[in-house]
Design a protein around this ligand. Structure first.
Ligand code: PRP
Ligand code: URA
Length: 208
């Protein structure tokens, strides 16, 4: 699908299988999600701008490479928090914003309750983080908020995506490239992804 990159890696597939398993308890779910997030970060950042620098080894001077691009990570609360640790582990200089959104269970429309992002979003690569892309309502709204605050270069990282959500984001924001670990089959009547992994926030935090 256009604008969609499916991260096709055996370690990611293994982790996703563990996350899908309903018997995986919250503490393991959080740890596996964090590890998967680092693997996702590796793919999402594959083409980051770099600059050549001089470095002195214990033996001599040589050339090295540093990242030359500001990065802002923006998790959608709550479940997006589960991806932050793994991303910052490999992107230690990234700044982090937060968007609070939840889906109204009846209408499936996003309800916003919190927004705090760093300054100068226009100069950064902004990576929106959320394990689940279902109807796409939350993601499309979050991207609109970020664009209103100046974001010009945006990517989104999801663990599991539904075709409905991918279509919605692609239509509303054709400039945003989506990275996912799996494109699942469909949504059920309550807007849950099938086969999916259930409610990511509840599984992370042990709520229901
Ligand atoms: C989940 C998920 C996404 C949203 C996806 O959050 O983390 O943000 O649903 O659904 P959508 O694509 O149909 O908008 P939820 O609303 O359950 O909030 P929570 O993370 O606080 O549990
Ligand atoms: N949000 C989730 O956490 N899971 C789904 O399957 C759909 C939306």
């Amino acid at each position: 699908m256009k604008n969609l990159i499916v991260i096709d890696h055996p370690l990611v597939k293994r982790d996703l299988t563990l996350l899908r398993n309903k018997k995986t308890p919250s503490h393991q779910f959080r740890a596996i999600l964090r590890r998967t997030a680092s693997l996702m970060a590796y793919e999402v950042s594959r083409d980051l701008q770099t600059k050549v620098v001089e470095v002195e080894t214990p033996l001599e001077k040589t050339k090295g490479v540093m990242v030359n691009q500001q990065i802002v990570l923006v998790p959608i609360l709550r479940a997006g928090l589960g991806l932050v640790g793994g991303f910052v582990e490999v992107m230690p200089n990234a700044r982090v914003g937060h968007i609070g959104l939840f889906r109204d269970e009846e209408t499936l429309k996003p309800v916003d309750y919190y927004f705090k992002v760093p300054r100068n979003l226009d100069r950064a690569l902004v990576i929106l983080l959320d394990p689940m892309l279902a109807t796409g309502g939350s993601a499309a709204a979050a991207i609109s908020f970020l664009k209103e605050r100046g974001a010009r270069s945006l990517r989104m990282a999801n663990l599991v995506s539904a075709p409905e959500g991918v279509r919605k984001v692609r239509k509303a924001h054709p400039d945003v490239v989506m990275y996912t670990c799996a494109l699942d089959r469909e949504l059920n009547k309550r807007g849950y992804i099938l086969p999916g992994l259930g409610d990511a926030g509840d599984r992370m935090f042990g709520t229901e």
